[in-house]
Design a protein around this ligand. Structure first.
Ligand SMILES: Nc1ncnc2c1ncn2[C@@H]1O[C@H](COP(=O)(O)OP(=O)(O)OP(=O)(O)O)[C@@H](O)[C@H]1O
Ligand SMILES: [Mg+2]
Length: 309
């Protein structure tokens, strides 16, 4: 892969605190959408801030398009757009003023049609002359995104872009992220909405306690760690499971009104024909059979749970 970001042995310790990032090394491929998942305090914002050169690192190196974010800060930073987790805006400035000023700060020549394009995409064009303080929280978040895109960055970091926004804005955001990817922009986002990562990311990184537990292609990850479950709804409840069924790994569920059977998504022999055969030979009648697939959320919860003990 062509890496746009390379993180090497990155460690971060805030003054007098425990380690916030513990010796991380990974690369972000040009053009991908990568989602950083992790509980509160895992180190997501610290990681983004360090890559963007806003927080000093304690050890290690970070390169953005080959530019060292410490010794070549200006070059590295000019390629980066950052939508911070906290809303930080000048309340008396207008939408247009805020976004145009941000472009100017990066030393880019004015480009009114580009700015108009961003504001239109974010449904902010009608609000362009409104002062920030008159906007709703969701609108302010859109302004932050417009601001981050003002200087035509090659890589966009979105730190919880959809926290506390309504369904419409979330959908708009997802569309925008996909559009930007099509335009060649690399996207790094953090989110607590796992279905969001499932929906838009190409790769998922799970961060916990300053470490990367895994970083993997989303589809492979779901296949590798995902489980499927067979659910059988019985015609008549049973009190005890016959040994034959128990030996097949079946569990009684819903106070004897149902059976469950969990199996790996990757296996070829699921064991389901044997189960149906056993139900028949034991004379157990059923009304319905269905399968469910574990979501990224189930996988994530399992991963974090294993680490917390
Ligand atoms: N400025 C700071 N000074 C001291 N400690 C900090 C500072 N910023 C973050 N930390 C600590 O670093 C650790 C990682 O915090 P960070 O904000 O990176 O987590 P996060 O994954 O972004 O969490 P959240 O999901 O809540 O946004 C936490 O233990 C936090 O208390
Ligand atoms: Mg954070």
């Amino acid at each position: 892969m062509t890496a746009i970001v390379e993180v090497r042995d990155l460690t971060k310790r805030y003054d007098g605190e425990k380690l916030a990032l513990k010796n991380l090394s990974f690369k972000i491929a040009a053009g991908e959408i990568i989602a950083l998942l992790g509980p509160n305090g895992a180190g997501k914002t610290s990681l983004i801030s360090t890559i963007c050169g806003l927080t000093t690192m304690s050890q290690g190196k970070v390169f953005v398009s080959g530019f060292d974010v410490q010794s070549d800060y200006r070059n590295a930073r000019s390629l980066i757009g950052l939508v911070p987790q906290e809303l930080m805006l000048e309340p008396f400035e207008t939408v247009m003023g805020t976004v145009s000023l941000s472009r100017g700060l990066f030393g880019k020549a004015p480009n009114p049609s580009y700015i108009r394009g961003i504001l239109e995409r974010l449904s902010l064009w009608d609000k362009r002359d409104s002062p920030i303080r008159e906007l709703s929280g969701g609108m302010k978040r859109r302004v932050l995104i417009a601001k981050a895109l003002s200087h035509e960055p090659k890589i966009l970091f979105l730190d919880e872009p959809t926290a506390g926004v309504d369904v419409d804005l979330r959908r708009d955001m997802w569309r925008l992220v996909k559009d930007l990817q099509r335009d060649g922009v690399t996207i790094v986002l953090t989110t607590h909405y796992i279905e969001e990562a499932e929906e838009i990311a190409d790769r998922i990184a799970v961060i916990h306690d300053g470490q990367i537990l895994l970083i993997e292609d989303k589809n492979l990850l779901m296949k590798r760690l995902g489980k499927k479950q067979l659910l059988v709804e019985l015609a008549d409840p049973i009190e005890r499971l016959p040994k034959l069924l128990e030996d097949l790994g079946i569990k009684l569920h819903n106070e004897g009104r149902g059976l469950t059977y969990t199996y790996d998504m990757e296996v070829e022999q699921t064991g389901i024909p044997e189960i149906l055969g056993a139900l028949k030979s034991e004379g157990i009648r059923f009304n319905d059979v269905r399968t469910e697939q574990s979501s990224l959320e189930d996988i994530f919860i399992e991963l974090i749970k294993d680490r917390s003990v």
